[in-house]
Write a protein that binds this ligand. Structure first.
Ligand SMILES: Nc1ncnc2c1ncn2[C@@H]1O[C@H](COP(=O)(O)OP(=O)(O)OP(=O)(O)O)[C@@H](O)[C@H]1O
Ligand SMILES: [Mg+2]
Length: 611
């Protein structure tokens, strides 16, 4: 079976993904939609009460009400009684108002609850999924972009689902019912009012559709601006060291000016839109009010009907404009959902069925391993075969870019070795048939570029062994020759390490990374160029301490400095992805190959330094 680059179809459509995220908050969403509908309904009642009051109560006329209400009013004595007790009307209006307020509260409450639990679920799911995505995926995707997908895209989806989708329901209810009442009151006037609606909706839709591109552009610009700021903050040392402050400031100011100008332009366009659409709405209200007045004067409609009609008409202005906006935002939300779907559909690391936890204190065998990264830069490793006998110390020497780290990444299953590209076995078991977590827990890797978290030193040391106590931490620090440095710090092990370890020297960082690994005492220990930043003396001291404490563990040392690995039981020399020579230090010296050349160069250099 070939391990091909998969885009799994866990969520075949955007709808499936949204449905998945909505799980658990659907009932709140439904409730919020329900209450939003109620708010619209209640908003529509008052104009009718006012219409009735004007026509039937104050003016002795007739006003059409639902039959049930007519019967009820007749049973209490008809409009005349109400006229005597006008406060009843006031009471009803107030009650409707209070009911409306309650529904509004419930709508907002359910909506916020739904939206926040949706966002929480989205972020948690995304974060968890991202943590389980293969290392290769992380190398291919930009951190900034991933963060943006987890923050602003999540927010866009939330805004759309919570604000705009419920608005859509509310607006639809409002428009349909208001129009229904308007048609009941006066058909021709209702048609007149209706004639404007498609124009206003289309205008708003076309406008928002056009401007959404500009908004997206603004988002991207904002991303670029923060990227410049972020890059400068993290790379502040480089900026200072090269005296690039004024260049960087100018670059930032230029981007910032562009960004500001863009928003000013955007706001100008928006203002034009609101102004012109105000003209449309105003025109509609004016026409309807004027024509309605003519109909009323001609006795085609009563005063109460007229008041109710123009109230409904005014109520339509805002939702009709909103509708165009909501429809156009659909595409914006669609893009965000698609961006989130990309992450969710990237296949997480998974073990093969029946993956085992085989013992790792055995021989490690690389058998005809050929490997290339996905970026098409050709074979990085070419038919590499070697055996690391259990419990021995194994050295890998090679020029930069010769593929040393790649070998270790493959062994640690950070990258998957395709089936036809050879095998890596430990104790005869193909590591592809082992659980990835297990393999990593058994291989202690001191990476070439150590990464420290902004926590205390002791927390950093025990990052891979959370339950380790102070004695273990001290012991690991001692073997890594870190204890002396730590004792010189004012807060000792509680010294706070700045972001990515900025408060430590290069050598201290490397040694912290070594201590991180040693605390776990794994059966396989890999030191990938981990002693490059310490002086030769400390290097020797650490190696001796590791040798003493490694017990049965298999140790793999990768280095440029020959002295670091010359005492290894076996050494391979890697040259452009191939094993050029191998043997013990003495054998290799006799070989007169690359190893010998490097040896001569390095000893010559040392002698010169000593002179
Ligand atoms: N994630 C990656 N994607 C694509 N190419 C990569 C990746 N990592 C490394 N390479 C390439 O693979 C080659 C071998 O890299 P590798 O890190 O294994 O070298 P190395 O022997 O460890 O070098 P050094 O001594 O400088 O650490 C290099 O040419 C490098 O450009
Ligand atoms: Mg390397």
């Amino acid at each position: 079976m070939t391990e091909e680059k998969k885009t799994n179809d866990r969520f075949a459509t955007k709808r499936q993904l949204v449905w998945f995220f909505l799980d658990g908050c659907k009932k709140y969403f439904l409730a919020s939609v329900f209450f939003a509908g109620c708010v619209s309904l209640l908003d529509l009642i008052n104009p009718r009460i006012i219409g009735y009051t004007v026509d039937a109560v104050l003016n002795d006329g007739t006003y059409e009400l639902p039959a049930v209400l007519e019967r009820w009013i007749a049973s209490i004595g008809g409009p005349a009684v109400i006229r005597e007790n006008l406060w009843w009307i006031a009471l009803i209006v107030i009650s409707v108002g209070i009911a409306g307020a309650l529904c509004r509260f419930m709508w907002r409450f359910c909506n916020t609850k739904a939206a926040e639990s949706l966002v929480q679920r989205m972020r948690n799911t995304l974060f968890e999924h991202i943590l389980h995505l293969p290392y290769a995926w992380h190398s291919e995707n930009h951190t900034g972009d991933i963060i943006q997908r987890c923050t602003s895209d999540v927010d866009t989806v939330k805004m759309f689902l919570s604000e705009q989708l419920t608005s859509l329901v509310r607006i639809s209810v409002l428009i349909v019912l208001a129009l229904y009442f308007m048609f009941q009151i006066h058909v021709r006037l209702a048609f007149l009012s209706l004639a404007f609606i498609p124009i206003i909706i289309s205008y708003s839709y076309i406008f928002h559709r056009k401007i959404s591109g500009a908004f997206r552009h603004a988002d991207e610009e904002e991303g670029r601006l923060s990227a410049i700021a972020q890059e400068n903050l993290t790379g502040v040392r480089v900026v200072r060291a090269f005296g690039r402050e004024s260049y960087e400031r100018e670059r930032f100011e230029k981007k910032n000016t562009e960004y500001t100008n863009m928003w000013v332009r955007l706001m100008r366009i928006l203002s034009t839109f609101w102004a012109t659409s105000d003209i449309f709405s105003g025109l509609q209200i004016m026409t309807v009010t004027a024509v309605g007045a003519v109909f009323t004067v001609h006795g085609e409609m009563s005063a109460g009907d007229y008041i109710a009609f123009i109230s409904y008409n005014a109520m339509l202005t805002w939702p009709v404009r909103m509708l165009g906006r909501v429809i156009s935002n659909l595409s914006r939300a669609g893009i965000s959902i698609e961006r989130i779907r990309y992450i969710m559909n990237s296949p997480a690391e998974s073990d093969r069925p029946g993956a085992v936890e085989a013992p790792m204190d055995k021989d490690i065998v690389f058998d005809h391993v050929t490997y290339q990264y996905d970026n098409g830069s050709g074979d990085i490793l070419k038919d590499v075969s070697f055996t690391v006998p259990a419990g021995t110390t194994f050295g890998i020497l090679g020029g930069t870019g010769s593929g040393k780290s790649t070998l270790m990444y493959l062994m640690d299953r950070l990258y998957d070795l395709p089936e036809e590209n050879g095998t890596i076995t430990i104790g005869g078991v193909d590591i592809r048939n082992m659980k990835a977590d297990w393999v990593r827990s058994q291989i202690g890797m001191v990476l070439q570029e150590p990464y420290l978290f902004s926590r205390t030193l002791s927390e950093n040391i025990r990052i891979a062994a959370q339950d380790a106590g102070m004695p273990e931490i001290r012991n690991a620090a001692r073997i890594a020759s870190l204890d002396e440095s730590i004792e010189r710090f004012q807060d000792g092990y509680e010294t706070y390490v700045g972001e990515r370890g900025v408060t430590l020297s290069g050598g201290q960082k490397q040694r912290t990374a070594i201590a991180q690994m040693l605390i776990r005492k794994p059966p396989i220990m890999v030191f990938d160029d981990s002693l490059s930043a310490v002086d030769a003396e400390t290097d020797a001291k650490i190696r001796a301490a590791i040798h003493e404490n490694s017990g049965e563990s298999t140790v793999i040392l990768i280095a440029h400095r020959l002295t670091t690995l010359m005492h290894a039981d076996h050494i391979i020399v890697l040259d452009r992805g191939k094993i050029a020579e191998e043997g013990t230090h003495e054998e290799l010296l006799k070989g007169n190959g690359i190893y010998r050349r490097i040896y001569d160069l390095q000893t010559m250099q040392e002698n010169r330094e000593e002179e």
